[in-house]
Design a protein around this ligand. Sequence first.
Ligand SMILES: [Zn+2]
Length: 235
Amino acid sequence: MFAIDHAATALLVKQRYPSVPMVPLLVSVQAMELAWVGLNYLGIERTTTEATVRSVADIHLAYMPYSHSVGTAVGAAVLAWLIIEKGFGRAALGRAVGLGIVSHLILDLATHGHDIVLWPGWATPKLGLGLYDAAPFTAFIVELMYGILCWYVYRGGTGLFALISIGNLANLSFLSPAIPGAEHYLAGRPILAVTLIFVQILVTLVLVGVLARRNTRASTATWDLGRPIAPDRAS
Ligand SMILES: [Zn+2]
């Protein structure tokens, strides 16, 4: 899943755990991707491209067993939850961060080509519904609708809606071989692709964080008229 929609997932978690600050939620939903960026820069994980890149199907997440395996993602989520809730006594924060980390795995499994292993060192099975490979344009529609769903559930304002819409539209050329775009320059330059994704992660996390704080739809005003915000069920 693209950066904007992972970032939008923090809105869902925030809605479920309103007392938890936005920053740890934003970091948690992209923790796997930030690990992937670092491990690619270190040469531990590897990305490759076709000789010509016309869509995301031509960029291959060739080796990423540490940042993107079912075992490491679930393990990191459980570990974060245990340390924060049992170690520091912050139940809502621990559960929200654990949920944020594992959300990334679920969303990637729903969109990626078959590139997610169960555990580092296990070559098969490789999981992923394969939307990016088989039906990139369907992936675009699914991601856009998911991003808007996050906005709707959060009751975000116009700025947040614009960000999620534009953030998804900006990826359209990546998801349609028929639409030319900047992806063409990534052929043979996998580290440039990693850097582009890293920049997208940072920009979308900051913008979602800022706009989630400042823009809420008028309907949320009812909270200010006496309807109390539901306390976190975990705290
Ligand atoms: Zn990912």
